[in-house]
Design a protein around this ligand. Structure first.
Ligand SMILES: O=C(CO)[C@@H](O)[C@H](O)COP(=O)(O)O
Ligand SMILES: [Fe+2]
Length: 229
């Protein structure tokens, strides 16, 4: 498992009226990746943004742009998101008729390929695509909104996905309800990449973002210390 966590603030909870500044601020505050939640009003109830906004944000940070596509037929937009500057593209297993082909497409375009699973989707969906994956995203809330509480049953799923991944170089990301209070439990279950939206952007500007990112890293480290003692 990775020796350092990836902290990926989700700009879903940022101030949309000055998104470029928010991306730059959270970058300076210590984000490892910038998590981009793309919603289409069909796969999930909300609508957020598409490739033109990603392209406009790209100059604001050199960090990894981690796109989480909560859209139907994501294969239609993979090339556009990669061209706009996404380094990783994660699609939902539930949204892909031909998951294997879509994952190949993401890699062919030069991005890291990820699969997301809703809380009620079994990890068995991963079994035949493991060799096509760079990342598994276990949704720890039902997608569509920030600020929700973690669904408890997903913690055991993280543990099962970690076992499934084995020694493969695949990141295990969790998304939803991640905070300094929950990151330890999720790390213990096997997650190594943590998306946090409302916890990071809840206030305080850049100093507040840095404080929360620091608290997330500290809580992760405390969990690791307990495990290795
Ligand atoms: O994908 C999603 C929501 O569908 C997320 O990335 C949220 O942005 C996480 O928000 P918090 O639960 O951290 O507030
Ligand atoms: Fe997300």
């Amino acid at each position: 498992m990775a020796s350092q966590p990836v902290i990926a603030p989700s700009i879903l909870s940022a101030d949309f009226s000055r998104l470029g500044e928010e991306v730059a601020a959270v970058d300076r505050a210590g984000a490892d990746w910038i998590h981009l939640d793309v919603m289409d009003g069909r796969f999930v109830p909300n609508i957020t943004f598409g490739p033109p906004v990603v392209k406009a944000l790209r100059p604001s940070s050199a960090k990894v742009f981690d796109a989480h596509l909560m859209i139907v037929e994501p294969e239609r937009y993979v090339a556009d998101f990669v061209a706009a500057g996404c380094d990783g593209v994660t699609v939902h297993a539930e949204a892909c008729t031909h998951l294997d082909r879509t994952l190949q497409l993401i890699r062919e375009r030069g991005a890291k390929a990820g699969v997301a699973l809703n809380p009620a989707t079994s990890e068995e969906a991963l079994a035949y695509v493991l060799d096509r994956l760079d990342l598994v995203l276990v949704m720890t809330v039902n997608p569509g909104f920030g600020g929700q509480s973690l669904v408890p049953a997903t913690i055991e799923k993280v543990r099962r996905v970690r076992a499934l991944i084995g020694e493969r170089p695949i990141r295990l990301q969790v998304d939803g309800g991640v905070s300094p209070a929950t990151i330890g439990t999720l790390a213990d279950a096997g997650a190594d990449s943590f998306v946090a939206g409302s916890a990071v952007f809840q206030g305080g500007g850049e100093a507040g973002y840095a404080r929360t990112i620091g608290l997330l890293r500290d809580a992760w480290g405390a969990e690791r210390a307990v495990k290795s003692s």
